[in-house]
Each structure stands twice: as C-alpha cells, then as structure tokens.
Design a protein around this ligand. Structure first.
Ligand code: PAF
Length: 283
C-alpha cells in the first residue's frame, strides 16, 4: 500500500494502472476511518482490480468553522486499518495541493441539494460537489463507493455525475451500525461516554417507528420520533423528514411513494449526528 500526497504522482500511477487494463475503485473519505469505511473499501476490493482511498478533510464543505477545526485527523491509524483490507493507494493531499486557488465554482444541482441538509448547512453540498468532482477528475475511477448514512449526499453526487456526464458508477453501500444500533460515524468519537450511551436512542426510535406503518399517519410518526428523542436531556432533533427516496421531496401520505425514507439530524450535546431509515412500502 502506497501513500501518495501529490496529484501528479497519483495521476501518473493511475494512468499506468489503466494502461495495464486494471479497473479502479475509489472510496473518498475525510479519514478518521471506522468499520463503515472499511466495508466500502472491502466492496471496492471485491469489484475492482485496484482500490484507491482518499483521505482529505475538505474545508469547503464545512459551514461551521469549529466543526472543521475539531474534525478528527488520524492518518497513521487510518493507514493501519487500510493495509490489511487490500487498498493499494491512499491519496492524502494537503489543502494547498487540492486548492492552490480558492474553488469558486457554484453547482446548481436542483432540489436534492436544497432540502434537508441543503437547507440546514448552506454551502455544504456545493463544497462536497467541488471536492468530489476534483477527486473524480484526479482518480478517474470506474466505480466510486459511498455509505448510505449520508443518504442525501449520494443523491447530490449522482446529480453532479449526471450533470457533468462523468463516466463513473456511483455505488451505495448499507449503513454499518454499532451493536446498540448507532450508525457508525467519524463524529461518534467526539461524544462523551454519557452522550454515546444516549445516542443509540436515535436508531432505536427510528426502528420502532417503522412498526407504525401504515396505521399511523406520516405526521404521527414524525411527532413520535421527534418527541421521543427530544425527551432525552442533551438530545435535540434538528430535523426529521419522511421523503421519497428518489426525489427527496417530503411526502404527506404513505401511498405517495414506493420508497419512503426517514432522514434525521440530531444534536447530541454539540455533536451533530445523522441517520436514516427505510419504511415499508405500502404503495
Ligand atoms: O462523506 C464524506 O466523508 C465526504 O463528504 C466526502 C464524500 C469524502 C467528500 O469530502
């Protein structure tokens, strides 16, 4: 496994790999890797001849400065996790390497980028589109792997790939959960032990809410989820919406879509956690 910091070097290496007829799988990350990331890498290793993992804490997607400053950076540990699973190249550029000049591109990716996270984190998805489009241009992967915890991010990246006609397949992979149900996230290590214990309430409540379909209305299920979580001290729901999994538009009746999904963001103390759950289809 080789760690590469320069764009030119990783491009040259990957030109040779492609010339040798090898397919390239790519897992973009911001590091602080956990088993969820590793499952993406394992899928890429299965599907492709060569797997590249990028580790870059992208400043342009943070709308909150302190979130950027406190984002965990654990490159040494990340390399140790990636070595045994068959990753060939880690691309870990510096900020100067990725952004020698400020990236002023503004993407218009439509409603999927405007609702939910788009409304609560202005500029976030534009920053994601900036960095992922740059990374795709550098790595030119055949397949790129993303975790479904960031459900909306996958929809935004698909919209960008379509708009820019990029020749890459976007592959979504299931959320990995801790034994108590908490969705794996690099941010979980910022929870205090007490908050960590409480955080499992998010997944438990979402799971319980799936048993109410179709007897309870969308509004009743939303109320149940928000009230149950907000009842716990230190936990506060920022938003919870039940949307069509394709368009990400809020639905008002279970029969509005065959693909209902609940998307939630919760502050657990100061740590912002996201999760989602698929509801049974009644359409
Ligand atoms: O999901 C993430 O970790 C980031 O948003 C990504 C896709 C690596 C872009 O910085």
């Amino acid at each position: 496994m080789k760690v590469v910091k320069s764009i030119k070097e990783i491009k040259d290496i990957l030109v040779s790999e492609r010339e040798a007829g090898r397919t390239i799988g790519f897992v973009p990350t911001m590091g602080a890797l956990h088993a969820g990331h590793i499952s993406l890498v394992e899928q890429s290793v299965k599907d492709n001849d060569v797997t590249v993992v990028s580790i870059f804490v992208n400043p342009t997607q943070f709308n909150d400065k302190s979130d950027l400053l406190t984002y965990p950076r654990t490159l040494g540990q990340d390399c140790q996790l990636l070595e045994p699973v068959g990753c060939e190249y880690i691309f870990a550029p510096s900020e100067e390497e990725m952004y020698p000049q400020p990236d002023t591109r503004v993407f218009q990716l439509g409603r999927v980028a405007e609702v939910m996270e788009g409304a609560h984190r202005p500029g976030h998805f534009n920053g994601v589109a900036q960095v992922v489009s740059k990374l795709f241009d550098i790595v030119k992967p055949d397949n790129a792997y993303f975790g479904e915890k960031d459900f909306q991010q996958i929809a935004v990246i698909r919209a960008m790939v379509e708009q820019l006609h990029l020749p890459v397949h976007i592959i979504d992979c299931p959320i990995l959960r801790e034994p108590d149900g908490l969705a794996m996230s690099s941010r979980n290590i910022r929870l205090t032990p007490g908050q960590r214990q409480k955080a499992s309430l998010i997944a438990c409540t979402l799971k319980e809410s799936t048993t109410f379909v179709p007897e309870k209305s969308i509004q009743e299920v939303i109320r149940f989820v928000i009230d149950t979580i907000n009842h716990e001290p230190e936990m506060e729901v920022e938003y919870f919406q039940i949307v069509d999994g394709n368009t990400l538009e809020a639905i008002t009746d279970w029969s509005d879509t065959a693909y209902p999904i609940g998307c939630i963001t919760v502050f657990c103390g100061k740590v912002r956690l996201i999760d989602n759950i698929k509801y049974p289809s009644v359409k």
